[in-house]
Design a protein around this ligand. Sequence first.
Ligand code: ZN
Ligand code: ZN
Length: 600
Amino acid sequence: MGIIRLMDEPLSNKIAAGEVVERPTSVVKELVENAIDADSTAVEVLLIEAGLTSIQIIDNGAGMDADDALLSFSRHATSKIANEHDLFRIRTLGFRGEALASIASVSKVTLHTSDGSSGTFVQMEGGRLTEHRAGSLRKGTDIKIDQLFFNTPARLKYMKTLQTELGHTIDLLNRFALSYPGVAFKLSHDGRTILQTSGSGEIKRVLADIYGVAIAKKMIPFEGQSHDYKVSGYASLPEITRANKNYISLFVNGRWVKHYAIANTVHRAYHTFLPLERQPIVVLNIEGDPYLTDVNVHPSKQQIRLSKEKELMELIHETIRRTISTVVRAPIIDKPKPVKQAPTKQLDLWKSSFTVQEPKQQMPDRAVEDWHELPVEKAVEPVQPDPLPLDEGLPQAEPPEDDSPQFPELEVVGQIHGTYIVAQSNDGFYLVDQHAAQERIKYEYFREKVGDIDSNERQSLLLPLTFHYSRDEALRLKDNLDVLSDSGVFLEEFGETSFIVREYPTWFPKGFEQEVIEDLIEQVLTERKVDVKKLREDAAIMMSCKRSIKANHFLQKHDMERLLKDLKNAEQPFTCPHGRPVIIHFKTYDVEKMFKRVMN
Ligand code: ZN
Ligand code: ZN
């Protein structure tokens, strides 16, 4: 018998049972994993009608001999797990032997496979063998799944639109490409190429293939190591943001996983660098002993249980935050585009040249943002195999000197709209948002202040504070009074829907007791628990915002100078605590280009 063994029953019982074949994407997933496990360096996926009519996967891997080709269709056949011990040290991806058997039972399968010395052809229909003979000697496997769910019409009813099904598969292939940059992937749909990667081994190039060169240039490599884990990958500059966490790709020992807490940790690493509610693009590879990562939680193998989770979270947070902190800088205005329009179009050019990068974040490129909800025609860009140098203009972890995110030496020129300070330096001019600037300075001050006081100390109020809530909120609050008292706030019932507070922890900022307690109660009402760290952080942000000069406020020159001096001394001067930019740079060269003082 060849390399595929039959698993014995006790072992198979240990594997969480479940439906493997849910939709075309699950078939693609199983078959691509098989191709990767066979050491393929090129994997081609061809879909007709999002895979419902046909899914074909062609690889150049090890292939199978005649015995294995047949055996691969039997339940619990697997070449990957020999015994129970191996089950807990899973390195390969597709360890559940029943996958191909399940797929074959609900479709028509045609398989050509060869290990180089013998070729085999197998045809199955609804799980029954219809043909088996010698086949071509092309090394590798070419498997085609026709008419998926032809004998289980109920399944077909669960399928969403073709676009949705295709969207899932594109998403899946993107993650495969990111976790296996050394494999050349090609995905085509109804004859049209949707994704093509070079297999060069560079994640940055895969990022360009998926998100475009412009985005790939703004992805920064990171790497970190703790006692048990190693993390590495790419993180976007804060000026690139997305509306959801779908752009955070997590891989544990090469396997794409979904893990809420890790995605949250990644997002937290960007705290105050990103606008609220925005998410970064991140590729995070986690490596650790397979003993620490239990992938056997769910049959889809996408969920994972981790040991030493706290150590891992700290490592991820620290590594990404350190990397991002070194490259955060003032957004630079877009370089002017070459003019080919008639003079009447000049106004448009002027407008587009002055687009700063920040507003783009609020209006992200929809084609990239929501491709999986959009009709496929709009969603997928034709692939251009471009030889663009990706390193050009990309800030490295240790940026070159002229690109370093050091705060410039600024000379105040004046103020416009009572809102922005205009300043100059030898490399151009700058606009500083006066509110955001002061907010950053005050935030760093308050953060320190609310951070180090012992939370157990309390102080009495001369007059108790009163809080009113609706009937249902009041009921929920009464159920959770102990949660509140744990955080140092003792709410006393005062009538049916009112409460009073007579004392508060000393770290509460003076003059903001009411707001901080309301924030606290809000946390209890929505989450039924209190995160004191978050509460303190929110309080620091709120105070800095409330205590900072607003827009439409005239400033004396010496006030502005003082503000810029304090800003220069700030630990992180480029964004306000809400993640908005504080300062925008207009480079001399770019301005000269706009005025045609320089051409090219
Ligand atoms: Zn504010
Ligand atoms: Zn702000």
